[in-house]
Design a protein around this ligand. Structure first.
Ligand code: FMN
Length: 316
């Protein structure tokens, strides 16, 4: 399947593994890229040398393109933006903000820049500043979220910009992929489904929590201070929400989640840690290799998009 995104990024399948904090390290990113999609290393809040090391480790595992997600709120974002150029990374996605200040440097180095956006206004602005594509991320996603749903956001951004749009948030199988393409997307980005990949280093408890999740198991915390995060309900989200409702300060709430994603991903504390995952967790029932995940999604999507399957509906 060829789209402007497969051409732009030099990949076989229009599928991107989201750059997830703590989860998206070299092993997972390289496995996804080896399977013909695009793997991303999640820069998150990691120091520049940690990100450099992950880039080098990924290069040892695959010759295919691997990108980096730069979390713009990170205190190390400036240094990480240089590491990307120094290590010859050619694809960058950016999260949690506006990457304008790095745009010229990256474009001069031939880096394809793909900001993650949650509104039409930011998508248009990114296009004006030279972005090569955007990820339109709906609030079904795991992690930091906006307010629009994928279903409403993707077609509005597709209509508003000329550059290709990648849909993210709530996509977990070939049906989600096909739906995103019907909305005008030219690729999809998935996070939650790849957290449970066999190559993912995520703790087994975290994977099991996703595999056992029901449709209504996620909760959003942090709306009160403007940084909402979607994760699976547990003791931590319960306590957080209680404090939020009681009017706790940003600092008090921050204390509750300090290091909590790491505690869940690395140590397997799924009770008091932050189990970031999207609403699609309820659909994900098995741990598979990245290759199996991608091949299964592509074959299902191809079947749906190429056939008259949808015409069999009762509207005929
Ligand atoms: C555990 C986890 C950590 C994430 N961390 C980041 C991050 O550091 N930067 C970012 O841009 N997106 C992050 N995301 C969002 C993903 O990259 C992706 O866009 C999102 O998961 C897509 O929605 P889905 O979970 O419904 O597939 C994270 C998602 C998860 C599940």
């Amino acid at each position: 399947m060829k789209t402007r995104i497969t051409e732009l990024l030099g990949i076989k399948y229009p599928v991107i593994q989201g750059g997830m904090a703590w989860v998206a390290e070299a092993n997972l990113a390289a496995a996804v890229s080896e399977a013909g999609a695009l793997g991303l290393i999640g820069g998150a809040n990691a120091p520049a040398e940690v990100v450099r090391n992950e880039i080098r480790r990924a290069k040892l595992r695959t010759d295919k393109p691997v990108g980096v997600n730069v979390m713009l709120l990170s205190p190390h974002a400036d240094e990480v933006s240089d590491v990307i150029v120094e290590e010859g990374v050619k694809i960058v996605t950016t999260g949690a903000g506006n990457p304008e200040k790095y745009m010229n440097k990256w474009k001069r180095a031939g880096v394809k820049v793909i900001p993650v956006v949650a509104s039409v206004a930011l998508a248009k602005r990114m296009e004006r500043y030279g972005a090569d594509a955007v990820v339109a991320e709906g609030m079904e996603s795991g992690g930091h979220i906006g307010e629009q749903t994928t279903m409403t956001l993707v077609p509005q951004i597709v209509d508003a910009v000329e550059i290709p749009v990648i849909a993210a948030g709530g996509i977990g199988d070939g049906r989600g992929f096909a739906a995103a393409f019907m909305l005008g997307a030219e690729a999809v980005q998935m996070g939650t489904r790849f957290v449970v990949a066999k190559e993912s280093i995520c703790h087994e408890n975290y994977k099991q929590r996703i595999l056992n999740a029901k449709d209504i198991d996620s909760a959003v915390t942090g709306r009160s201070h403007g940084h909402p995060i979607r994760s699976l309900r547990n003791q931590m989200t319960k306590e957080y929400r209680k404090k939020e409702e009681a009017g706790a300060s940003f600092e008090e709430l921050e204390l509750l989640t300090l290091g909590s994603l790491r505690n869940a991903v690395v140590d397997g504390d799924v009770k008091n840690g932050t189990v970031m995952a999207g609403q699609i967790a309820g659909l994900i029932k098995k741990e598979q290799t990245c290759n199996e995940i991608i091949e299964e999604i592509m074959s299902e999507a191809n079947r749906l998009l190429k056939t008259d399957y949808w015409k069999g509906s009762s509207y005929e």
